[in-house]
Design a protein around this ligand. Structure first.
Ligand code: NDP
Length: 434
């Protein structure tokens, strides 16, 4: 804590992981002897940089850019870029640290990284987004590459932003290194099903967990927070599996309709028209809009899929979800539940799918995009979706198996951390003290 002052989110992520590794370390003292924890918690490097740009009023703006290259034991650094005013070193480090184990769980050869900026894309014109992303890439390009570090999207970074950054990277570097970024448009090296991957993958994972416990999406009531990339496709897949999605949100408030939301409308409003979720009720007067996004957890449901942001479910919201009869939680967002909230779910027998396992589908398909770029091939939607489904099933199975191995049957937090950690730790030992 004294080495990383004021980095609350980073401390929280490290505590969650290290606490659950106690049984692993007891069985494998070599990890302590080799200083794995001390080495793993220190990023290989953290890059911060100035991002100057000129807005539409000809005024100079300055933002801060970040890239953390956390751990390359398994392969090139891989992890998204987040553009949101709350971004700081703590947020980037918590995301990067989680990413190490998440990427290990996918079984693909990718290390952990993350990046972003405190730039706020909301309300900016297309040209402003372009000027900002070009300036951002003009510094970032020095540190990334298809075999070194491969960024993707995250909050505030979608296909538009990736497209502008890819254009600028090529302009500076020359050539056409398609594998330098993932989440690209389909017409220029992107993978089919990447857009859907995190949301679909989260539902595939939760579906496995439900089936294992004689439950199912069919006929269940689902609440999904957020209305961005992860949220939209989690809603779509949950509905496809027979659930009724009764509520979703944005950072201002939430919408509720007990008969089920029209996801096409949500997608058009948020992705195409870039409007607010409250505009939904203009087209669907039966639905209710409530100001304040945190109150979405007051809506009774069988399954809750937090897909917006970190720490969106605190102790109080968790207790309320339990009181209202929630049976399962699937974390689509990164670290959406506080440590106290997780404790409440586990104590009350709520099935809990932790983020680093449940939302690994996005990065897994990103790695498939890298593979397609290297082979100069593209697979069909069905092919990628089938691979995603297999990967999520395998992740679920390895979490269950690792939890059992260490005496924590059914505890997927321990299972995910133990399974991911062991892969990275073994690779670090094999590669010496570096
Ligand atoms: P988007 O930017 O597409 O959507 C984010 C959604 O969450 C929006 O509805 C946004 O509302 C809401 N939101 C953002 N910040 C806050 C906040 N501070 N409080 C309340 N609501 C907020 O991002 P993604 O869907 O890509 O990402 C969502 C989560 O999933 C993040 O935790 C991300 O790290 C994680 N994730 C994403 C992956 C991906 O492939 N995209 C992969 C793995 C994890 P508003 O529009 O009002 O800002």
């Amino acid at each position: 804590v004294s080495r990383n002052p004021s980095e609350d989110e980073f401390h929280q992520a490290v505590k969650e992981i290290f606490d659950s590794l106690v049984p692993v370390l007891a069985k494998h003292p070599e990890y302590m002897e080799e200083g794995i924890l001390e080495r793993m918690v220190e990023p290989e490097r953290l890059i911060t940089f100035r991002v100057p740009w000129v807005d539409d009023n000809n005024k100079i703006q300055v933002n801060r850019g970040f890239r953390v290259q956390f751990n390359s034991a398994l392969g090139p650094y891989k992890g998204g870029l987040r553009f949101h005013p709350s971004v700081n070193a703590s947020i980037i480090k918590f995301l990067g640290f989680e990413q190490i184990l998440k990427n290990a769980l996918t079984g693909q050869p990718i290390g952990g990284g993350k990046g972003g900026s405190d730039f706020d894309p909301k309300g900016k014109s297309d040209r402003e987004i372009m000027r900002f992303t070009q300036s951002f890439m003009t510094e970032l390009y020095k540190y990334i590459g298809p075999d070194a570090d491969v960024p993707a999207g995250d909050i505030g970074v979608g296909a538009r932003e990736i497209g502008y950054m890819f254009g600028q990277y090529k302009r500076i570097r020359g050539g056409n290194e398609a594998g330098v970024l993932t989440g690209k448009g389909i017409g220029y090296g992107g993978s089919l099903a990447r857009t859907e991957a995190t949301g679909y993958g989260c539902v595939y994972f939760v579906d496995e967990m439900l089936k294992d416990n004689d439950l199912s999406f069919e006929g269940s009531k689902v609440v999904v927070s957020g209305s961005g990339n992860v949220s939209i496709y989690a809603m779509r897949k949950a509905k496809e599996l027979g659930a009724t999605v009764v509520a979703c949100s944005d950072s201002n408030g939430y919408i509720y309709d007990e008969k089920g939301l029209d996801i096409d409308t949500v997608q058009r409003l948020k992705e195409v028209e870039r409007k607010r979720i409250k505009d939904y009720v203009n087209e669907h007067p039966d639905a209710v809009y409530v100001e304040g996004c945190r109150d979405i957890w007051t809506v009774p449901c069988d399954i809750a899929l937090p897909c917006a942001t970190q720490n969106e479910i605190d102790e109080e919201s968790a207790a309320l979800l339990v009181k209202n009869g929630v049976k399962a939680i699937g974390e689509g967002a990164n670290m959406p539940s506080t440590l106290q909230a997780i404790e409440i779910f586990q104590k009350n027998g709520v099935l809990f799918a932790p983020a680093k396992a449940a939302n690994a589908g996005g990065v897994a398909v990103s790695a498939l995009e890298m593979a397609q770029n290297s082979m100069r091939m593209s697979w069909s939607f069905e092919e990628v979706d089938a691979k995603l489904n297999d990967i999520m099933k395998n992740i679920y199975a390895s979490c269950v198996q690792a939890a059992d191995e260490y005496g924590y049957h059914g505890n997927l937090v321990v299972g995910a951390n133990a399974a991911g950690f062991r892969k990275v730790a073994d690779a670090m030992i094999a590669q010496g003290i570096v």
